[in-house]
Design a protein around this ligand. Structure first.
Ligand SMILES: [Zn+2]
Length: 422
């Protein structure tokens, strides 16, 4: 295993040779954080703890972290120096990528324009008016509870959260620490199919329209009316896709149960720089009934795709332990699904964990992995977050805290689709 930068002098106080294997707890296959802390400086400890460990000892090899494939190319050092970032990294999107996502979207120009003004913090919410020297009461006109910032008006106002949740996106607005509207938007757009992305634009636009109708005309629309307005912006997208929808239903695909005899496993990961990584998984049968769900906590804060891969590995292990023979896995991490589908694996950490998963899955009769949108993966996402509260926990025969509504919603939606498509 290779650390790809020069070890600073402070690390050279090691008195005796130390092998990488000396730093791994054999019983739990985890890094020995105490031993590592004795030898390395804190920034180095943090770097080492983020390296995922494969299940089996594999041969040491060189990896070049500045390309996706993990192999050195002549242009990659120039790229790395110029942009000071990993080509493979998806966690730090550039403003340019958000610009492309907004202006490249297949949706109404007025919605795109509104979204662009929003992320520029250029819409006339009260806080912005105040900053421009216009004397105004800063309180949100809808909830009366907080200052009306752009983020509050579009995302976090209690009056607005319910609209996002009741919309076909089914989004729980949960801004992690340090996350702002711009990073939320980037993350959300990246995880949704095109039709879902269009809904993000139209819902945001309709939320702002509703706010103005209240401020200027004292007319208060219900969440359903706001969603109908947003829907009218998406009319052109109301086409059937992959058999999930009919022409009257511009609703993006929802969770679907597996075929009889199979188990559908949704899994997810949640990473917080300070508190580590949460993994969550849920297995449901062909009736949509939850059979077993779990949360699991890891101390290290892994790269998002690595965290998702570790969640996959744990989910397949659960299937093995529970003796589920036919598994349909769903993940909202496209990078992971692409790594799984790749016939020639890349030379990176992600590929080594995916190889573990493939080895484990060979013990099952059938195991497939498909990509799904984030709204389909809502229960697993919630379970991953529960790991920060419950650490390592299994739920059998009872719904994990806060998931009853999500579980019901999934079943209602899949029933609705069966009715509407028959
Ligand atoms: Zn408010």
């Amino acid at each position: 295993m290779l650390v790809q930068r020069t070890i600073p002098e402070s690390s050279l106080s090691i008195r005796q040779p130390v092998l990488v294997s000396d730093l791994i707890l054999r019983d739990s296959n985890e890094w020995d954080s105490q031993r590592i802390s004795e030898i390395f400086t804190q920034p180095e400890v943090d770097m080492i703890m983020k390296i995922p460990l494969p299940l089996q000892a594999i041969e040491d090899k060189l990896m070049w972290s500045h390309t996706k494939q993990g192999n050195y190319t002549v242009k990659s050092p120039h790229h790395a120096i110029l942009f000071n970032s990993d080509e493979a990294s998806s966690s730090n999107p550039s403003p340019h990528s958000l610009w492309t996502k907004i202006w490249g979207a297949e949706t109404q120009p007025r919605c795109k324009e509104f979204m662009w003004r929003t992320i520029q913090n250029a819409i006339p919410v009260k806080l912005n008016l105040f900053r421009r020297g216009i004397p105004t009461d800063l309180t949100c006109p809808l909830c009366g509870e907080a200052q009306e910032s752009t983020c509050h008006a579009i995302l976090t106002c209690p009056e607005v959260r319910s609209i996002w949740f009741l919309s076909p996106l089914g989004l729980h607005i949960n801004l992690g620490e340090g996350m702002d509207l711009r990073s939320w938007l980037d993350l959300t757009l990246s995880s949704l199919p095109e039709i879902g992305q269009n809904w993000v634009f139209s819902v945001a636009w309709a939320i702002w329209k509703r706010r103005n109708l209240w401020v200027f005309d004292q007319k208060r629309l219900t969440p359903e009316q706001v969603i109908n307005q947003a829907s009218s912006m998406n009319i052109s997208e109301a086409e059937p896709r992959e058999g999930h929808m009919n022409q009257n239903s511009p609703i993006p695909p929802r969770w679907k149960p597996p075929r009889p005899g199979a188990f559908k496993a949704n899994f997810d990961a949640s990473v917080h720089e300070d508190t580590g990584t949460g993994l969550g998984a849920i297995f449901r049968n062909h009736e949509g009934k939850a059979i077993i769900a779990s949360s699991f906590h890891l101390r290290a804060a892994y790269e998002p795709a690595i965290a998702e891969a570790l969640s996959l590995r744990r989910t397949i292990n659960m299937a093995k332990d529970e003796n589920f023979r036919i598994i349909e896995l769903e993940s909202d991490c496209l990078q992971l699904v692409q790594a799984w589908d790749r016939s020639v694996p890349h030379n990176n950490y992600l590929a080594s964990i995916v190889q573990d998963c493939k080895d484990l899955s060979s013990f099952l009769d059938s195991c497939s992995l498909k990509h799904c949108s984030r709204n389909i993966n809502g229960v697993a996402d919630h379970l991953a977050k529960l790991a920060f509260v419950y650490q390592d926990h299994f739920w059998v025969g009872n719904d994990p805290p806060g998931t009853s509504l999500l579980l019901q919603q999934d079943v209602v939606c899949c029933t609705r689709f069966e009715v509407s498509t028959s």
